[in-house]
Design a protein around this ligand. Structure first.
Ligand code: NAP
Length: 484
């Protein structure tokens, strides 16, 4: 079992109390690298979610002074940085990613708290420069109301930081529901909020299976904002369930990122960018390249260079400093990757790396969902891995002839989260960026989001933005006061 000074208990947190609530059973948190149990957390449900929402609604009756919000946000950022090694260890143990990535995730999470601490002046109020119809007009950004925050397992700390920091900055009390696979980082973060002095009721946490918790969040009248990161499937479900109650929604959903490399690109820089982008968290990120479009003239050189780099990656336990790629989070994710690769091979793709895992290699192992990094070429549109995000360490290379074809194929998906273009021609870079339907575009870089800039999806990849001033205003409702 995991022992950590950051986790004196592994319970829910409601109205300032660490609690099992009404849970009659527990959920076991498993280390995906070893199959060992790390902790038991209470399987809380509808009654506890109602209590958590009630606690949040009660404290919101009295707004928090802005200066106090700023101090808490700064305090959380400093605590995360001070404990980044240990936070990184918790992330690695429950998620599987290499420890250095867990530390980097903690630094990234801290960045959201410090960034939003510095953005409170955007909340206004703003007075229009001259009277209109004899009245003075003032625009306020009021807190949206109680905000429910639902987060996935792939960045168990950062995905929550992106939501809690702007929510508290905006003056919203929150109810947090982390993934049942990775609740420990969220529990440790709530403990930090408690330590820096965020008063009881402003941050509440319920652990448990998603159905009953989600249903209360969607239907309870006091929840005015639902901020969700996860799959497009569940995002659509939340849209349906909240529609009758007209709640604000921010949805950060799935991607199917195109990574386009033109003949004139710096080939080795593009390969290095692909390595950093594709293999972070073992390929289990929403922004990682899913379809690698390479122009015909450099196709062979690019795929050989990529295959050579990929074959150097070391797969193993994330706590081993030599590890580049940890295990996939669970059997279901492993089987999806396996299905995508075998479907592609069956339909004529070629594998340029050691070997794709076969069912015979893997089915006798209950734990340790280690998938070997794989490079495939000859990918065609009828293959599953071009249509859905693979969420695993697979580089799927697709040949293209010209710019128009690259753009058309990049956009041939219902998703539109991140996209990348590599070219020596700056005008072409800008032209392609303007035409690919993605909320985040990298030109000659595979970098993902940053606290200072808005990030979010087009098409079925989501609604709303996280990060930047837009990320703060998501948690606000605008009120205009005409005062005569
Ligand atoms: P998921 O299955 O949709 O789960 C996400 C969260 O929703 C988890 O906390 C989950 O709880 C909860 N959930 C599931 N069913 C629910 C329901 N009926 N009501 C309320 N909550 C419910 O997604 P995932 O597999 O964890 O995460 C991977 C997906 O997230 C990928 O598609 C990835 O692209 C996307 N993602 C997007 C972004 C972005 O910024 N756009 C960032 C990261 C990940 P349990 O885990 O307890 O089941």
């Amino acid at each position: 079992m995991l022992t950590s000074p950051l986790l004196p208990q592994t319970l829910g947190y409601i109205a300032g109390q660490w609690t099992r609530g009404d849970a009659r059973s527990t959920l076991t948190v498993i280390n995906p690298a070893t199959g060992e149990p790390l902790a038991e957390v209470p399987d809380m449900g509808a009654a506890d979610t109602t209590s958590a929402i009630g606690a949040a609604a009660r404290v919101m009756a009295e707004p928090l002074p802005v200066a106090q919000r700023r101090d808490w946000l700064r305090g959380v950022s400093q605590s995360l940085l001070a404990d980044k090694q240990e936070f990184g260890r918790i992330i690695t143990l429950e998620n599987g990613k290499p420890h250095r990535e867990g530390i980097a995730e903690t630094e990234y999470a801290a960045g959201f708290f410090s960034y939003f601490a510095d953005q409170l002046h955007h909340l206004g109020p703003e007075v229009l420069p001259q009277p209109i119809r004899g009245a003075r007009w003032t625009i306020h950004h009021r807190p949206a109301g109680v905000a429910a925050l639902i987060t996935p397992w792939n960045f168990p700390l950062a995905m929550l930081a992106k939501k809690i920091a702007p929510a508290l900055a905006a003056g919203c009390a929150v109810v947090v529901k982390p993934s049942e696979l990775t609740p420990l980082s969220a529990i440790a973060l709530c403990a930090v909020l408690e330590r820096v002095g965020v008063p009881a009721g402003w941050c509440n946490l319920v652990c448990g299976a998603p159905g009953p918790i989600g249903d209360v969040i969607c239907s309870h009248p006091a929840v005015r904002m639902v901020s969700f990161t996860g799959s497009t499937r569940v995002g659509k479900l939340l849209l349906e369930k909240t529609a009758p109650h007209v709640k604000r929604l921010a949805l950060e959903l799935g991607g199917n990122a195109p990574f386009i490399v033109f003949d004139d690109a710096d080939l080795y820089a593009a390969v290095e960018a692909l390595m950093a982008n594709k293999f972070r968290a073992g390929g289990q990120t929403c922004v990682c390249a899913n379809r690698i479009f390479v122009q015909r003239g450099i196709l062979d050189r690019f795929t050989q260079a990529a295959a050579q780099r990929v074959s150097q990656l070391r797969v193993g336990n994330g706590m081993d400093p030599a590890t580049d790629i940890g295990p996939l989070i669970n059997r279901a994710v492993f089987e999806k990757v396996e299905r995508h690769v075998s479907d592609a091979l069956k339909k004529g793709a070629a594998c340029l790396t050691a070997a794709a895992v076969t069912r015979a290699d893997s089915s006798d192992r209950t734990w340790g969902h280690f998938y070997p990094p794989t490079v495939l070429t000859g990918i065609r549109p009828n293959m599953a891995l071009t249509q859905e995000e693979t969420f695993g360490p697979v580089v799927a290379v697709i040949a293209f002839e010209d710019e128009a074809e690259a753009i058309a194929r990049a956009n041939d998906t219902p998703y539109g989260l991140a996209g990348y273009v590599f070219t020596a021609d700056p005008q072409r870079g800008q032209r392609v960026a303007a035409r690919i339907q993605c909320g985040h575009v990298g030109i000659n870089t595979g970098t993902g989001p940053t606290p200072e800039a808005p990030f979010g999806g087009m098409k079925e990849s989501g609604l709303g933005r996280e990060g930047g001033v837009e990320g703060l205003l998501e948690f606000c409702q605008t009120q205009t006061v005409a005062d005569k």
